[in-house]
Every structure is written in C-alpha cells, then in structure tokens.
Ligand binder design. Structure first.
Ligand code: NAD
Ligand code: UGA
Length: 465
C-alpha cells in the first residue's frame, strides 16, 4: 500500500521546507509538521505567508500552494504520530554542552524524546525516518527504544539525511543532486526503503535516489559536511599565504578549480564558515573517531575547525591592527550578520565572533543586516555570556538603514555576502565617514577598484590589492 499520511517532528529550517516540498510534489499525501514550539507553529500558520519563520527565496510560494490542502502545521504531536505511516524526525542535534563528550558529541536528547514519544503513541506499524543529522549507528539506539515497548508494533528505521543548503533550500529540494536513503538489508527494511523511494520519485529522477545501508547513509551525511567545510578551511588557509606573498586567492581558486578533479565550487575564501552544521558535524566526527581510539583521524578533521577559528580571529585582529592598534570608542559598521546571504539564520555566524572580538577591544559597533532582527543580534551576543547584557546593548547598535549604520564610522566590515551591498552608493557612504575610511571585505564581494577610486582603504581576504 502506498503512503497516505506523513508526519514530521520538528518544524525548523529542515523540517519546514522539506515537508513543504513533499506536500507540493505529492498532493495525494497528507503531510503534518509538528513542533513543541507554539510560536514557531503559529508563524508557519500565519495568514500572511511572508511571516513564516524561515526565510528562504521561493519558500513562501511553496507553502502557500500546499498549506491547508495537504500541508498542515500543528503542536498536536501525538495525533500526528498516531495517524502517520511514515514519521520523519527532524529535530535539532546540537553539540552537547555538558557531561561526557561536552563540546564535541551530538546531543541526542531530542532524538531520544521523539523515539520515546513515538513508542508510547504508536498503535500500528510505522516507518521512522532519520532526517536529522546523526552520529553513525544512532539508528540502533532508536530501534532499541522502539522495540522495547511491548506493544507489538513493528518499526522500520531509515536514514534519509538532508543535503539542502540554506539560502538555496527550495532549489536544492526541487532538484537535488541526490537523495540518500539507508535501510536494513531485511525484506521489511527493503520494503520500507521502497516506500520512501516512491515518495521522492514523484519528482526526483530514480537514478538520483541512492540507497545504502543505514550506517553508510548516517556516516555519508557527516562526511559530506566535513568535506565541504574542509574545502573552505583549505582555501582560507591559502588566503593567509596570499596576503604574505601578493598572490591573489581568487586567481588561485580559479586556477585550481578548473581542474575537473578539484572542481570550482566551494572555493570562496571568506571570514570563515558559519551555520548550524559544519562545526557541530565535524566535532561529532572527531568525537566518533576518538571514541574508537582513532586519534590521527580525529586530529585530521579537528584541524578544519582550528583553521576556521583562526580565520575569524585573524580577520578581527586585522581590523584592530589596521586602525592603528586601537578601536576603543571607534564606530565600526558591520554589514551583514547572517552566516550567509539569503537566509535569516545566524547560528555560528562568523559575524558573532568578529563582533565579540571587537567589543573586547571596546569598539562601538553598528550592525546592519537586511534579514536579521535587532533582538536576534543581541540574543546571539548574550548567548556567548562574555559580558553583561547591558554592555552589549550600550556598545552595539542595530540599524535598519545601512547608510545610517556607516555614518561617522572609521571602518566598515562586510561579514555576509548580501547582493545588495554591491549596489550601494559607496561615494555617499565614503563622504559620511571619518578619514581614512577603511573597508574590510570579509566576503570579497565589493569592487575594490571602485572603492579605491573613491578614496577608501580596502583590505580583502587573500589579496594585497
Ligand atoms: P531547528 O532547530 O531549526 O529545528 C528543530 C525543531 O525541532 C525546533 O523547532 C524544535 O522546537 C523542534 N523539536 C525538538 N524536539 C522536539 C520534540 N521532541 N517534539 C517536537 N518538536 C521538537 O533545526 P534544523 O536547522 O531544522 O536542523 C534539524 C536537523 O537537520 C539537525 O540535525 C541538523 O543538523 C540537520 N540539518 C540541518 C540543515 C540546515 O540547513 N539547517 C541542513 C541539513 C541537515
Ligand atoms: C551546508 C551544506 O552545504 C549542506 O549540504 C548541508 O545540508 C548543510 O550544511 C547542513 O547540513 O546543515 P549551509 O550551512 O546551509 O549548508 O550553507 P553553505 O552554503 O554550505 O555555507 C556554509 C558556510 O560556509 C557559510 O558561512 C558560507 O558563507 C561558507 N562558505 C561556503 C565559504 O566561506 N566559502 C565557500 O566557498 C562556500
């Protein structure tokens, strides 16, 4: 029998967009996304679809098409579990901040809670799909919890990691490079796997739907993120050499990227990578390697994080050293707070680290981001607990107008590659700044020649131009 009801636990950056796309492409399936967070569910249900809690280009159209037809958002987790034949788990799996594995292991508290809730509610057989990113072999823990209920209900666990990137989620979901599904090599496991393949096959060509064992699938997700992050750290490591040698990182990236074995994507040097996953997933990989005594493997991957931390600190230190070794009381405008363009997500954004560093140096910061709220900026800084909340508010202001943010500033640091930054009237920004006026382009997005012609001093990543 084909699947008629799907439920997804977790209405976040993955659960919301992923389920909206399944609902759009499969009008014959009812999709219910549930979450404990009432405000989040209310926002997904907001009459004005532009108020949904995740900003992604094109997402509000997808939601508008399916919501109320076969896409539903609810806080009634039990009812949704009860009715569904397939249950996706798409809850957060952050780095554990206490006890064994603190600072490295994935905190699977929310995954376990979901498994226990499913175990207590389910009255008929279910397919459980790991959508969250999980340490390899998590499925065995989930299975353990589910099979000890004594209810006689049979559960199949599949791994179906998500590869969408924020900012391009709709595009990535609409036309994925591949969909990965791992299942048990038993008749029941293979039957469950086929049912999930059939759902994706409504819009994804079958040759792009890869099937593997559960363990390979779980490990492939951590591996994909580790490889991607490693490319960014590799190019950033080279950017520092470029700054010493007058080589230009954009030229080096183009030169190596044309080798088809290397490829041209993901070679943009920057102030460092951010986002909720790269760091946590590599730390998780490091933890897994260490737990098997594979110390060389752990050290190898840990270096990707060490390099990224270095890049963020190096960028912030350069601002201080360029501004005559003191930024005390100087206004510095930070353009961009999100971890990348086209998203309102700020988790692990390099902007947070750079701002924190500059606040330690007693700078006066002016932040502008087209999609991030003042409340979010302060929350991000308060979360670090590096100073009093009042101090964060006294020394950092959030602006709604980039020109106001830059007025009277000694310097501007570009921390997110928002396209709109390229379109600003840089002459007028220059006229309203203190001189010398310096731009630190942490994303290499601005036209250096144009800025220099106006009179700016420019410092970019990986070049001495
Ligand atoms: P998120 O924090 O945005 O959303 C998770 C949601 O789950 C939250 O709204 C939370 O309230 C809810 N939740 C937690 N426990 C719950 C429970 N027991 N019952 C009901 N709801 C519960 O997280 P996210 O960014 O969507 O990431 C989810 C998972 O997907 C993570 O494992 C992450 O690593 C992975 N992932 C994320 C991305 C991304 O781009 N953000 C991409 C691929 C994979
Ligand atoms: C990343 C992966 O690309 C997704 O495949 C994966 O599903 C997701 O993590 C996840 O598991 O959460 P995401 O973090 O949303 O997606 O965005 P990316 O485009 O990968 O960018 C991550 C960070 O690296 C950003 O801060 C970005 O600015 C930075 N980056 C990326 C660079 O500095 N240079 C580059 O060339 C590319």
């Amino acid at each position: 029998m084909s699947v008629k009801n799907i439920c997804c636990i977790g209405a976040g950056y993955v659960g919301g967009p992923t389920m909206a796309m399944i609902a759009k492409k499969c009008p014959h399936i009812n999709v219910t996304v549930v979450d404990l967070n009432e405000a989040r569910i209310a926002a997904w249900n907001d009459e004005d679809v532009s108020n949904i809690p995740v900003y992604e280009p094109g997402l509000s159209d997808v939601v508008a098409e399916a919501r109320g037809r076969n896409l539903f958002f609810s806080t009634d987790v039990n009812s949704a579990i009860d009715i569904a034949e397939v249950i996706f788990i798409s809850v957060n799996t952050p780095t554990k901040m206490y006890g064994a594995g603190k600072g490295q292991a994935a905190d699977l508290k929310w995954i376990e809670l979901c498994a226990r809730q499913i175990a207590s509610v389910a009255k008929n057989d279910k397919i459980i799909v790991e959508k969250s990113t999980l340490p390899v072999r998590t499925a065995s823990a989930i299975k353990d919890i589910l099979t000890h209920t004594g209810s006689g209900v049979s559960f199949q666990i599949l791994s179906n990691p998500e590869f969408l990137a924020e900012g391009t989620a709709v595009e990535d979901l609409d036309s994925p490079d591949r969909v990965l599904i791992g299942g048990d090599d038993t008749p029941e496991g293979q039957e469950a796997l086929r049912k999930l393949v059939d759902i994706y096959a409504n819009w994804v060509p079958r040759d792009r739907i890869l099937t593997t064992s559960v363990w390979s699938s779980e490990l492939s997700k951590l591996t994909a993120n580790a490889f991607l992050a490693q490319r960014v750290s590799s190019i950033n490591a080279l950017s520092e050499i470029c700054e010493k040698t007058e080589a230009n990182i954009a030229e080096v990236a183009r030169a190596i990227g044309t080798d088809s074995r290397i490829g041209s994507k993901f070679l943009k040097s920057s102030v460092g990578f951010g986002g909720s996953c790269f760091q946590k997933d590599i730390l998780n990989l490091v933890y897994i390697a260490k737990s098997y005594g594979l110390n060389e493997v752990a050290n190898y991957w840990e270096q990707v994080i060490i390099m990224n931390d270095h890049q963020k600190t190096r960028f912030a230190s350069k601002i201080v050293s360029t501004l005559y070794n003191t930024v005390n009381g100087k206004k510095i405008a930070l353009l961009g707070w999100a971890f990348k363009k086209d998203t309102n997500d700020t988790r692990e954004s390099p902007a947070i680290h750079v701002a924190d560093h500059l606040l330690f140096e007693q700078a006066n910061l002016a932040v502008y981001d087209p999609k991030v709220s003042e409340e979010q900026v302060y929350n991000d800084l308060d979360y670090l607990k590096t100073r009093e909340r009042a101090e964060n508010r006294a020394n950092l202001q959030v602006y709604l107008d980039p020109y106001e943010a830059c007025k009277g500033a000694h310097a501007i640091a570009v921390l997110t590659e928002w396209d709109e930054f390229k379109t600003y009237d840089w002459k007028s920004i220059y006229n309203n700044m203190l001189k010398p006026a310096t731009v630190f382009d942490g994303r290499n997005v601005l036209d250096i020649a144009e800025l220099k012609a106006i009179g700016f001093q420019v410092r970019s990543i990986g070049s001495t131009l």
